[in-house]
Design a protein around this ligand. Sequence first.
Ligand code: FNR
Length: 184
Amino acid sequence: MAIKVAAIIGSNRKESYNLKLIEYMKKRYTEQLDIEVVSINDVEMFSADIEDNPPKGAMDFKTKVRNAEAVLFAVPEYNFSIPGVLKNAIDWMSRSGHDLKDKPTFIVGSSMGVLGSVRAQLHLREIISNPTLQPKLLPGNEVYIGSIHTKMNEQNEITDQGTNDFLDSVVNNFVEFYNKVKSL
Ligand code: FNR
């Protein structure tokens, strides 16, 4: 049975490459992963004043993450870190319910630059290692897809063989990891 995965895209841009990457992964790995994009676009700005009674957008987001069996982040890099909209969604997940806690999780990311969101992903790993978040994060398997616009065709499929081979190995590693840690 495919693992029910909540995909959190760290970009609220309609033409987001990270969204396209996840839509591609959803089709490519349909037997292993049942990926649903859980949008951060309608998540209200976090305030500790409303955290105990989250507004609808935040509540829907938190509930979808909590109900998933696993989480997949797709992160762009903004100013050497993760975009603010993603940090806001993470702040919501860190409070009532602790939605990410112990959830088997892995991370991918892409950008048009050569570094493929490496600095953002390093920050993301540090942020979610906070005890109030702390998913069961797949170690290693760091997916930095640089120059993404040269690696996708008009159907938004990745045409670069090396990237596809690496993604295949990461997904296989995640499924193996998931089966090991899910009941721990
Ligand atoms: C960027 N971009 C960017 N790229 C990068 O490699 N390092 C960086 O620090 C930044 N900073 C940055 C700040 C802001 C405000 C924007 C709008 C963009 C480029 C960015 O990573 C690129 O546009 C990605 O394609 C965005 O991801 P999506 O929306 O395509 O998923």
